[in-house]
Design a protein around this ligand. Sequence first.
Ligand SMILES: Nc1ncnc2c1ncn2[C@@H]1O[C@H](COP(=O)(O)OP(=O)(O)O)[C@@H](O)[C@H]1O
Ligand SMILES: [Mg+2]
Length: 275
Amino acid sequence: MITIVSGKGSPGGTTTLAALAAVWPAPVLLADCDPAGGDLAPGWLGQWLVAGAIRADRGVLSHATATRHATAGDPAALLEHVQTVPPARHVGLLAGLTSPGQHSAISAAGWTRLTASLAAFRTATGRPADALVDVGRFGAATPWPLLLAADVVLVAVRPTQRHVLAARPVLAELAERIVPERLGLAACATSPAGTHEVRAALGRDIGVEIPIDDRTAAVLSDGNDAGAVPGRSPLLRAARRAARRLHGTYHNYTPAELRVTAPLVSAGVLTGGTR
Ligand SMILES: Nc1ncnc2c1ncn2[C@@H]1O[C@H](COP(=O)(O)OP(=O)(O)O)[C@@H](O)[C@H]1O
Ligand SMILES: [Mg+2]
C-alpha cells in the first residue's frame, strides 16, 4: 500500500497516482480516498463516468455503507465496490466521494474498515493486489488509518518555494507517527535540478519522481485526449520506472528480474462484479 498525501496547492498527487497505476506491472487498486471529494472518476475517467461505464456511487462511500455493521474490514466485501478502469484494465478503481460533506458519513471507523479491506484485498482470481491510495490534501479530515497502514507514505511536492513550504508542516506532523523509512516524497512536475532542491530542502528520500509534462498530466488529471493513456511520454516513462522499482521493493525483486520472470498481468483481472 502506497499512500500519497499533499500540502496546500495541488502539487500533482492525483496525477502521479493515476500515472503509477496506469503503468503498474501487476493488478493494482487505485483508491480515491480524498476526503474533499475524489478527482479520478470526474477527471481522468470523466468520459466513462458521463457514459455510465464508471459509476460514481460505487466506491469508498458504498463500501463504508455496506460494511457499516461489520466490526473488522472484510476483504471480500471490497471487490463489489471496485470498478475496472477502461483505459487501464489491470487497474481497479475505488471511486472517491462525490462531495466533501460525505466524508463525515465515512467516520474514522469507516476508514479503518477500508484500510483493513485494502490490505487483505484479493482480485476475482484470488491474487493479492497492491493499492495506490490518494488521501488528498493533509488536514483535519485526513484518513489516518490509510497513512498508518501504508508501506510507504509519500508527500507530493513540486519544486517551487510555495510547495516546499507547504510540504514542511505536513512532513513534521506525519513524522510524529510514521517512521522515517516509511515517509518520503513524490516529486511532481519536476526536473532533475528541481528534485535535487526538493530533497535538499525537505531532507527526505524521493520515492517517486515525475517530470513536468503538461500534455500527459492533462490526460490523467482532466481526461484530455479522451483519457487515453499515451504509449510513450516523458511522464509515463518516469512513472513506469518508479512503478517497477516500487513494486520490486515491496515484492523483493529487482526491476531487471521482473522483465525476465514476472509477466505483466493480463487485462481484466480486477473485475469482480463490476461489469
Ligand atoms: N507531472 C506533471 N506535469 C505537468 N503538470 C502536472 C503534472 N502533475 C500534475 N500536473 C497538473 O497539476 C494540476 C494539479 O494536479 P492534481 O494531480 O489534480 O494535483 P493534486 O491531486 O495534488 O491536487 C493539474 O492541472 C495537472 O494536470
Ligand atoms: Mg488530488
